[in-house]
Design a protein around this ligand. Structure first.
Ligand SMILES: Cc1cc2nc3c(=O)[nH]c(=O)nc-3n(C[C@H](O)[C@H](O)[C@H](O)COP(=O)(O)OP(=O)(O)OC[C@H]3O[C@@H](n4cnc5c(N)ncnc54)[C@H](O)[C@@H]3O)c2cc1C
Length: 363
């Protein structure tokens, strides 16, 4: 039960204070408290940290209750601490793998953590009416509502309500000129799927998806990924070179992408093959997984080109990263039937949900 900030019940015992707040409750519930052994009740003061200002990133950072202690109900406290640990861990892995320097990684963690940590605290201060009598008297009210931005963890174990529904994003993979008819690594049906994806994005923007993002191959020097004698599995003709015409979105999708319906673009493969969109980064260096988690996205739909290459790699990586992944096969284009069938089997085994029918025009 909630107490005033000084933790005092005045002249009341804990039992009496509890009973005083149970007027009109079922008599059996009142009897439960009346007949309880008094020593099983205890006083508990709970402090809530006021969200503070950011500091310059350095060799020390904070997570969990050390920086944003909230009142403990609704999974607010432990979940936010776990989210910090997950995010910080991912940022540090990026630094260890040389994708960001250490301070940039810490900065990326702190930037996001301050945002959702502050939101967690603010939510915990918004007391619902059932506690209004106490909330009016304490500095920091209870958090009876689950913290909306906690995200994925809720999917597995916390009550689902409006605030904690799993947020889904759409990932549009590599709808670029070079992967469509007329490009250097054309996939038959690519242009047609580009149009279908654009229409679907326009229909869905702002309603079906919390966010819509796109990925782009963005090669500078991807090593053996480019070959004069490509095997079309690991090596390919030169394609999607950064800054080239072929690397731009296909015209059927470009206007939609530029219209504001796409929230962020993630570039991948500057110096590697990088088939998975989860290897990509936004222009500010934020990786796709970190970006999605920062927005409490727990589930993703994947569409794009090609089903048997970058769509597959993106979906598999998304599942590995803990997202609930669906591939909307109607909005993909595959290079060949056998490799697409194989990709679909791999996706299925990885727990990826598949909807629609694969589109393969290799005949
Ligand atoms: C009674 C109670 C009920 C709660 N119920 C819920 C709930 O239902 N749901 C929920 O989500 N959250 C709940 N919380 C909040 C949740 O427990 C915390 O938000 C969460 O544990 C914070 O995790 P943390 O890792 O940041 O800190 P902690 O779990 O506090 O871990 C910090 C650790 O650091 C150690 N430590 C401290 N100082 C030092 C030092 N100088 N040297 C070495 N070690 C040190 C501590 O001993 C501790 O083990 C509750 C909290 C309380 C007190």
């Amino acid at each position: 039960m909630l107490l005033p900030p000084n933790g005092s019940l005045g002249t009341l015992t804990a039992q009496e204070a509890a009973l005083s707040r149970m007027k009109g409750w079922h008599p059996e519930l009142q009897a439960l408290i009346e007949q309880a052994y008094p020593d099983t009740s205890t006083l508990l003061s709970i402090g809530v940290v006021e969200p503070g200002e950011r500091w310059a990133p350095g060799p020390v950072t904070l997570l969990g209750d050390a920086i944003h202690a909230t009142s403990p109900t609704g999974g607010n406290g432990a979940n936010t601490a776990l989210r910090d640990a997950d995010l910080l861990g991912r940022c540090l892995i990026e630094a260890t793998e040389g994708r960001q320097d250490l301070f940039t990684a810490v900065d990326s963690y702190e930037r996001q953590m301050f945002e959702y940590g502050g939101e967690a605290v603010r939510h915990s201060l918004a007391a619902p009416s059932t506690c209004a009598d106490w909330a009016g008297r304490v500095n920091h009210g209870p958090a009876m509502r689950p913290f909306a931005a906690v995200g994925q963890a809720y999917e597995h174990g916390f009550p689902r309500g409006r605030d904690c529904a799993v947020r889904r994003a759409l990932i549009v993979v590599d709808v670029q000129k070079d992967f469509c008819e007329g490009g250097s690594v054309p996939v038959k049906g690519g242009a047609d799927r580009a149009r279908a994806i654009a229409e679907m994005v326009q229909r869905s923007a702002g309603s079906k998806y919390a966010h819509i993002v796109a990925t782009r191959d963005h090669h500078i020097d991807p090593g053996a990924h480019f070959s004069d004698h490509p095997d079309y599995q690991n090596s390919f003709p030169v394609h999607c070179v950064a800054g080239s015409e072929g690397s731009t979105f296909h015209p059927h999708f470009a206007q939609t992408a530029a219209s504001g319906a796409v929230d962020e673009v993630f570039y991948k493969g500057a110096h590697s093959a990088s088939k998975s969109g989860f290897e990509g980064s936004a222009e500010d260096g934020t990786s796709l997984a970190v970006w999605l988690r920062a927005r409490s996205v727990g589930a993703v739909d994947v569409v794009g080109i090609a089903t048997d290459h970058c769509v597959k790699a993106t979906a598999l990586d998304g599942a590995k990263a803990g997202f609930a992944v669906r591939v909307l096969l109607n909005y993909t284009a595959g290079v060949a039937t056998d490799t697409t069938d194989h990709a679909i089997e791999e996706l299925r085994q990885a727990g990826v949900t598949l909807t629609g029918k694969p589109v393969v025009l290799d005949g």
